[in-house]
Design a binder for this molecule. Sequence first.
Ligand code: B12
Length: 227
Amino acid sequence: MGRLAHTNNSESPIMQNLSSLHDAVLNGDARTAKTITQDALAEGVEPLKLVQHYMMPAMAEVGRRFETNEYFVPELLISARAMKAALELIRPLLIASGSEPVGRVALGTVKGDLHDIGKNLVGAMLEGGGFEVLDLGVNVSPDQFIVAVKEKKANIVAMSALLTTTMPSMKTTIDALREAGVREQVKVLIGGAPITRKYAEEVGADGYSESAAGAVAMAHQALGLKA
Ligand code: B12
């Protein structure tokens, strides 16, 4: 699809075409996802609206298709690539500038898990909320989290997991933080599609949120700051 004319009218072509952003992510069309995102941002559409109303529902549908064997791993990958391409344009807009960080977060997807789209979104939102984020990446071992706490003085550990098989790494990491004697220095926040509040309580985390926006409120709360 081509670039769209800019207009302030709420009935503008871009508003009508936002559902194509959903379809572009669903079909793994990175180029179109980027173009629509670029145009929508230029039109003044809220960055988070693009993520929450169009891109995330598309990824949920990708997951549903995967479950019903309509999609396989290659389709997951190209949809993820399309979402990441669009998120690259959105990320800088979510990040706050200036002012002293309100806290330092060691963020990572736990050991054995390679999903990073949700984690990256959480990272961008936390940065937007005034936190300094040490992004440890994916497949992060308990030791890597411990090093970030000891050497980089992180006061929040935020873990993401998307697989039921990697959720136990969260407990392993919390136990390892305790064994390393640093559990009391940090607040531990967890999240990811299969995580529940009950699970967070079971593994001894300090907080859980089902969304990236919620992660910021929770991080403020965990440090006793006003949200
Ligand atoms: C894209 C995708 C992939 C991509 C990931 C690419 C990437 N760079 O991330 C690839 C192709 C690599 C992949 C691989 C696999 N995947 Co996959 N994948 C997905 C898919 C479709 C979307 C995930 C996503 O990005 N969602 C969008 C983001 C924005 O949402 P989110 O991650 O949930 O994050 C939000 C919240 O959860 C929260 N959040 C997230 N993290 C955190 C952290 C904190 C601290 C907080 C507070 C909040 C928070 O905030 C975010 C924003 O609101 C899901 C389906 C689904 N419905 O989740 C399957 C899914 C997770 N995958 C699945 C599977 C099975 C696999 C594979 C095992 C497939 C295979 N046979 O190889 C491999 C595993 C690889 C590995 N070792 O990790 C299953 C998991 C099933 C299960 N019960 O465990 C799912 C659920 C698909 C399905 N329905 O069956 N996958």
